[in-house]
Design a protein around this ligand. Structure first.
Ligand code: IPD
Ligand code: CA
Ligand code: CA
Length: 265
């Protein structure tokens, strides 16, 4: 039986967000993990420890996969994907745009997601088959279908730029020239939610991790967003977590535009 409760998860995400908010603009112990664009602060760990503690109390024995401490063994029918601070670069620079992201999969299928933005006190949440919400209001993705007037968002990581076939720059340039614009906020979980609630029209990104997208994908799907890998049909929730998201008609157009770039899967 699946007794995981979305309301409880919203409370945990909000409490973790409060920890981040209280630590915002304080002095941080910033460390580089793999490269100069891959940072961790003591607050990532504080938020993660809090979430781990709460989930272990509420649902002992579940498997938990987190950004900072990896896989915590447990029942593979119940898997949690945790990004305790999405947008660490923003946070470390005092930019007030970051989030807590908690996704959940039951028997391999993503069924619940919560993304909380503590600076705007906005909680995005969804459960499979029950719609998507922000602070109690139902959300729907944008109905815009023409590329020219669409506002997109994407992200980059240095590791991609080194490899031609995973280089996002040419695609970025193409969409910059042919759409209303392409944003890059550095917070994938929130960017996905912004597509879900219609603030942005579409998104594509290459090479993320499960914890970046798990919660957002549930929210986006429930808000009417089509989510696939870059070929327009394959599952996006598998490594390397490349994806295109938008309403179905715009999604099809984005897929066609991406085709000539032959980006590696
Ligand atoms: C990063 C953000 C960013 C994305 C990066 C991620 P982090 O997560 O989601 O938008 O482009 O690839 O690593 O490190 O801030 O949790
Ligand atoms: Ca992240
Ligand atoms: Ca993170």
């Amino acid at each position: 039986m699946n007794q995981r409760d979305l309301h409880d998860i919203c409370i945990i995400a909000k409490q973790a967000g409060l920890i981040l908010r209280e630590g915002y603009e304080q002095h941080h112990d910033i460390k580089m993990k793999t490269r100069q664009d891959d940072l961790v602060t003591e607050m990532d760990k504080k938020s993660e420890n809090f979430i781990l503690d709460q989930l272990n109390k509420l649902y002992p024995g579940d498997m938990i996969i987190t950004e900072e401490t990896g896989q915590h063994t447990g029942d593979a029918d119940h898997v949690w994907y945790i990004d305790p601070l999405d947008g660490t670069m923003n946070y470390a620079h005092g930019i007030p745009f970051f989030a807590v992201s908690i996704g959940y999969a039951y028997k391999g299928e993503l069924t619940m997601g919560v993304v909380y933005d503590p600076m705007r006190d906005e909680c995005f949440y969804a459960e499979k088959g029950k719609g998507a919400w922000v602070n109690g209001k139902p959300i729907k993705t944008s109905p815009r279908t023409d590329l020219t007037n669409s506002l997109f968002v994407t992200g980059f990581s240095i590791s991609q730029m080194e490899k031609t076939r995973t280089n996002n720059f040419p695609v970025f340039e193409h969409f910059m020239r042919t759409t209303a614009g392409v944003r890059r906020t550095g917070v994938a979980a929130l960017e996905i939610c912004y597509v879900a609630c219609g603030r942005l029209d579409g998104m594509w990104e290459l090479k993320l991790m499960a914890w970046d997208v798990a919660a957002g994908f549930v929210i986006a799907k429930e808000a009417g967003v089509k989510i696939t890998a870059l070929d327009g049909v394959s599952d996006a929730f598998v490594p390397p977590y490349n994806y295109i998201i938008a309403n179905p008609e715009l999604h099809e157009k984005m897929t066609k535009e991406l085709e000539p770039f032959h980006i590696a899967p």
